[in-house]
Write a protein that binds this ligand. Structure first.
Ligand SMILES: Nc1nc2c(ncn2[C@@H]2O[C@H](COP(=O)(O)OP(=O)(O)OP(=O)(O)O)[C@@H](O)[C@H]2O)c(=O)[nH]1
Length: 332
């Protein structure tokens, strides 16, 4: 299940339960003749229902739907207005579902901010109107509920972020993995087509990696991959991205980089790696295949294959070298 779909279900469920709860409150107040509370609860039930409908309408944009803030601000303001104008015992407890709804539906900071905007004036009203012991018990309970819910949401967000990072990161080098490469490259190709900017890529392979592994062992080679990743991150500029492929191969996406640029950076990478002293193995060299997107290149595999073939050509030409393969240009 995608994050967007999960959020849609959670939001719709949250609004649904809140609507049912508030509607029941409204009916009870109608039954006992508390008409002010009945109108308040009915208004809140309508707003929560509107929230559920809005969730379903905007199901494709759940992660950034701005209407939730408007709906929840309405609910919170209604609650505060009721506290200020009505003299109804127990109404402060209505804030509980509202706090949970704020944190469940809004991004953490917005949820906490909106909840505090409700809780702080509410605490002042309670301290002015009620006995100190009662006011402390109610506000204390509400603040504890807010803190626990906020902690839980923070923990969930943190876990979700860690899981996402793990899914796109190579466990050995810490660079992005091949799975994420295709996703990013496709986005960069679409961006280059839309803006007309140059896009270049580099396929980089460590020369004689198998021989190095036989000589020093698999663990030492993995150490070399890690050191080389760190080195590459130090050479490339912000906006470039680095990926670890299988078999001691790396891949670089260089947005806004023309043919002359990719030749410069590839040669710089080759030279700095050859000149560097690597722990355990001492010297290491790499072969680099580069290419720039031509107007006919719209697919990731075209660019990846061409860069890979260019890398093999560099290797055939004696390793420790760079080979550039031009992109295909379609005349319009
Ligand atoms: N994507 C990318 N391109 C680079 C990088 N370094 C150099 N280039 C390309 O090579 C060209 C010449 O780079 P340099 O020789 O460093 O000259 P420069 O004038 O300092 O380049 P700028 O970084 O554009 O200021 C740049 O305009 C880029 O197109 C890099 O780290 N990443």
């Amino acid at each position: 299940m995608t994050e967007t779909r999960l959020r849609t279900w959670t939001h719709a469920f949250g609004y649904g339960i809140a609507c049912l709860f508030i509607f029941t409150l409204a009916m009870q107040n109608l039954r006992y003749g508390f008409y002010e509370l009945f109108y308040l609860a009915s208004g809140m039930a309508v707003l929560t229902l509107a929230g559920a409908v809005y969730t379903i309408i905007c199901r494709r944009h759940q992660l950034s739907a701005p209407g939730h803030l408007v709906i929840l601000s309405g609910l919170n303001s209604g609650m505060l207005a009721a506290l200020l104008t009505m003299d109804a015992p127990g109404i402060s407890h209505w804030a509980m579902p509202l706090l949970v709804l704020n944190l469940l539906i809004l991004p953490l900071r917005q949820g906490v901010g909106l909840s505090l905007l409700l809780l702080v004036p509410m605490s002042i009203i309670l301290f002015l109107e009620k006995a100190p012991a009662d006011a402390i018990a109610i506000t204390g309970g509400l603040f504890i509920l807010l803190a626990v819910a906020a902690l839980y949401i923070w923990h969930y967000d943190h876990m979700a972020q860690s899981a996402e990072d793990l899914a796109i990161t190579d466990p050995v080098t810490g660079a992005h993995n091949a799975r994420f490469l295709d996703e990013t490259l496709q986005k960069e190709i679409s961006r280059a087509i839309a803006t007309g900017h140059c896009l270049s890529v580099i396929d980089l392979s460590i020369d004689y990696a198998d021989e190095v592994a036989d000589l020093h062992g698999r663990d030492q080679v993995q150490g070399l991959f890690r050191d080389m990743t760190e080195h590459l991150f130090g050479v490339i500029r912000a906006g470039d991205t680095l990926y670890t492929l299988k078999d001691s191969e790396f891949f670089l996406i260089l947005p806004f980089t023309p043919e002359e640029g990719v030749r410069v950076i590839a040669e710089r990478i080759r030279r700095t790696i050859a000149e560097h002293h690597w722990p355990v193995v001492g010297k290491a060299t790499v072969s680099l295949g580069c290419t720039t997107r031509g107007s006919g290149d719209t697919r990731t595999d075209t660019l990846r294959d061409r860069a890979h073939q260019a890398m093999e050509e560099a290797r055939r030409r004696g390793t420790d070298s760079v080979w550039f393969s031009p992109g295909e240009t379609i005349e319009t």
